[in-house]
Design a protein around this ligand. Structure first.
Ligand code: ADP
Ligand code: MG
Length: 497
């Protein structure tokens, strides 16, 4: 039976309950301006909730609450904060299925292959960072025998976090868990397309954390995100989203001279050398392109440079593998691939596919559109594997954020690396080879913040993740990320004479 009719936990009911609410100072409140916007289920286009459209007045209220909560939160012993954040993670574990269904409903990401995976990582991120509280250490500096000189790590104050819709709960968790453990208080601005699951995560955290320590607003970028960045009491912005918006935020932050962490786009290359294990590389491409998430990942392997000796077999095997994947109702257990998140993204992705064909590429379409008439208006796009695209095509140069990849022929490692590095982006890269020397050369020469050999893992707790070039500034997901991006160092010199 389809879960469109009888979802076990009824995410639609939960979505309605979460309508028209921000979470500020420990309570659900309606937006002061009384405005809302529709949240749609992109598989059916039904309106599942009305989200609060936050504006400057709501931002003021949330930042004021976060500021009030600062003194007592930072005064707690670090391990006490860590225990509370880890407890949030344990509570979230108990709500995994509900969160997965909710995020599947608002984003169209398939429940089994994507949304549950995200819900798992969310709980884990809180538990991971909760355990790192006693690592907020300073240093002893051998300055003078009579002067005890130390550095102390202190929280920044109020942190603003602006998040996107593709993995909203996970990206929020990797921002707010370290910020909170480090003693900051937080105001989150969720993405227009996915305000519900993150609000539910915050409602669960609210059972554990004191009021005002974290607050979440929904709303549009310029109207709600803009005032958050500009607010005089916000001392740091951590952002994940597009390069364009990242630059706007970076300029606004420069006006106040506050630090920013930016996780922006990518055009992550995957290089398959002639000595690679073909089967493994094809599986790696399935994961790497994120076909199950409709390619909506900044790390997506959207350019695959395959040695000419393997190229045709690789394309054939990849197409056959994706043909075997089921596209359909995101909440149905049988579904591998759900929908694109919104009409805007849907049109954008289709535009790129048309562009690639106009550029001379051959577009191999894989899998099948769902036949269920209830899904006929949904934003489903058949995955596309391009071959023979010119390197100058926008499909090779620009981030598509859709189920589209290009398999390009290369004849040497030098050629592959040169093409891979010919990009404004530098987020992630993978190289597939059975030769250690080739692997190490790829690791050394590829311009990316996150390089893997013979695998295509997603972001993992404890591994620093972040890009170079226009893919962003700073790292996330690790201890270093917490220390470098959510604390400031104070130097103290104590004259003992
Ligand atoms: P996309 O629209 O492609 O998903 P964006 O970078 O525009 O990516 O959106 C990521 C997040 O940034 C969202 O939460 C969005 O509301 C927010 N945002 C967009 N524009 C601004 C802005 N001018 N100031 C602050 N936040 C913004
Ligand atoms: Mg936008």
């Amino acid at each position: 039976m389809s879960t469109l009719d009888t979802p076990a936990l009824d995410p639609r009911k939960l979505a309605r309950r979460l309508s028209n609410k921000h979470l500020i100072d420990g309570s659900f409140v309606a937006p002061q301006g009384g405005k809302t916007f529709d949240v749609i289920h992109p598989a059916t286009l039904e309106v599942v909730a009305q989200a609060a459209a936050g504006e400057a007045a709501d931002v003021d209220a949330a930042v004021a609450a976060a500021k009030r909560a600062q003194a007592s939160w930072r005064a707690l012993p670090a391990r006490e904060r860590g225990k509370l954040v880890a407890e949030c993670g344990r509570r979230l574990e108990g709500h995994k299925e509900e969160l997965a269904q909710l995020v599947a409903l608002e984003t169209g990401k398939a429940l089994r292959t994507e949304s549950r995976v995200e819900a798992n990582v969310v709980a884990d991120a809180f538990i991971f960072y909760g355990g790192l509280a006693s690592e907020l250490k300073g240093e002893h500096v051998p300055f003078h025998p009579d002067m005890l000189t130390v550095t102390i790590r202190e929280p920044i104050g109020v942190v603003g976090a602006i998040i996107p819709w593709n993995v909203p709960m996970m990206l929020m968790a990797f921002k707010i868990a370290p910020a909170l453990v480090a003693g900051n208080t937080v105001v989150v601005k969720s993405a227009e397309e996915a305000p519900l699951a993150v609000l539910r995560v915050c409602e669960i955290m609210n059972e554990v954390l004191p009021p005002g320590v974290f607050n979440i607003l929904s709303g549009f970028g310029p109207e709600c995100g803009g005032p958050l960045v500009a607010h005089p009491d916000v001392g740091k912005i951590t952002f994940t989203g597009s390069v364009e918006t990242g630059k706007i935020i970076s300029r606004a932050a420069a006006e106040k001279l506050i630090p920013v962490t930016l996780e922006l786009g990518g055009k992550s290359p995957m290089i398959v050398m002639d000595d690679a294990d073909l089967e493994r590389a094809v599986e790696g491409a399935v994961t790497g392109v994120r076909f199950t998430r409709q390619g909506q990942s900044c790390t997506a392997a959207s350019r695959i440079y395959v040695h000419e000796s393997l190229h045709d077999r690789f394309v054939e095997a990849l197409k056959a593998r994706v043909d075997g994947m089921v596209m359909g109702d995101p909440l149905d257990e049988a579904t591998d691939i759900g929908t694109i998140v919104s009409e805007q993204q849907y049109e954008k992705v289709l535009g790129y596919i048309t562009q690639g064909q106009a550029d001379g590429g051959t577009a191999l379409e894989a899998s099948r559109l769902p036949e269920d008439s209830r899904l006929s208006k949904g934003y489903f796009v058949r995955p596309v594997i391009f071959t023979d695209l010119p390197e100058t095509s926008r499909c090779i140069q620009e981030e598509i954020f859709g189920p589209v990849t290009a398999v390009q022929r290369i004849s040497s490692l030098d050629e592959a690396i040169e093409k891979a590095n010919d990009s404004v982006y530098g987020l992630a890269a993978t190289i597939w080879t059975s030769n250690l020397k080739t692997a190490m050369e790829g690791v050394r020469r590829l311009e990316a913040g996150f390089v893997q050999v013979n695998q295509n893992l997603v972001v993992q707790p404890n591994l620093s993740y972040g890009g170079i070039k226009q893919s962003g500034l700073g790292k996330e997901a690790s201890l270093e990320a917490m220390l470098e991006h959510f604390t400031v160092k104070k130097t103290a010199i104590i004259n003992m004479t």
